[in-house]
Design a protein around this ligand. Sequence first.
Ligand SMILES: [Zn+2]
Length: 443
Amino acid sequence: MLANQPYWNPVLETADPERLRALQLKKFKKIFRWAYDQSRFHRALYDRAGIGPEDIRNREDIRHVPKVEKSMMRDIQRKDPFPYGDALCVPLEAVTAFRQTSGTTGQPVYQADTWQDWEWWAECWAFILWAQGYRPSDRVFIPFGYNIFVAFWAGHYAAEKIGCEVVPGGVLDTQARILKIQELKATAMMATPTYVLGMADTAIRKMGIDPSGLGIKKITCAGEPGASIPATKKRMQNAWNARVFDHAGATEIGAWSFECEAQPGGMHVNDAFFLVEIEDMETGEIIDEPGRRGKMIITALDRFAQPCVRFDAKDIIEWDTATCACGRTFRLIKGGVVGRADDITKVKGVLLAPSAIEEVVRSIDGLGDEYEVIVDKLGDVDRIKLKVELQSGQEDRVKAIEGQLKDRLRLKTNLGYRIEFYDYGRLPRYDVKARRFKDMRKH
Ligand SMILES: [Zn+2]
């Protein structure tokens, strides 16, 4: 492997789009037949819909294959074969890894992988890291808890696979992690956006260390959309003096997308390993053209123990028209994952995506990174409260900041907010994924 080669897999990453589409159809037929033949859960689902492996002749036929909802996976869990249930397509002896989803939207889902599946996870991540400029000369620090959540596990294996030196940050606390980065002169790091900002804050306020001088040059984010939210990306890049890249993946799916070094304002889908479809949320129709947002339906084309076939991922995405300067032919989604179908809520009859509020808060100088949004009702009327932190030394600017905040929020979200200011450090901090949006109307 030549370090100056721009692609991890030049054949797949620059393949003609028609060839990629043909490859996707071929692989879809294979994984669909596999799921139908090996899993009682999948066969029952497809038999009920009157569709079988013989019925898939072209890409349009794929659209008739029933979707799998997360709730279905929860329903079969803990049944035989324990604890995965009958979507499992291999004998239990073949399973080598257990992971579970974080459960932010309900009961966690358990996920089985074989060693072959795990190798595939690492291969997916190898595409990501190479595209973001990771090379064998990098020393990669991974400040992650190495637990039952998949998070950066595959990033760890992939970094080793492509030849980087990997430092597992494991159970060290934040200060010990920062000291280790400093001592070892680590050059790259992987973490959630919340933690990337949290580490910088700890370094500055508790340790008197400026993270921008630590020598981290690349940061790969996952778990939250922050690295695709321009204002959050900018804060992370400034704090660390590093390039920050986004990646989206999920336990039940795999590592399906990544931002490349050209940073075209969106992420590539790994079209060689995944089939991504976008579904109109009102009509259910599949959207092929750029510029229309919808819900992602995704198939992991090479994952066999517990397959992911037309999984309803609830991520909101849209195709981009642009081709990328990096030369990859993998399709682009504009602005990354722009929201979650679960998170988008109606307030005063207006659709609100929490990421829009984050973009505004973090675009304003004088405010801290943390914020909290609380939606409740007074009588029949919805109200939104936004709590923000004022950076020290900004007390004289409160009125100006409040005016700026309200104007930008109204422009971006078409809603009015009550703003509450707090001293720096008073709002809750989160270690991994943050819960900053609270809808009290549901209680
Ligand atoms: Zn690119």
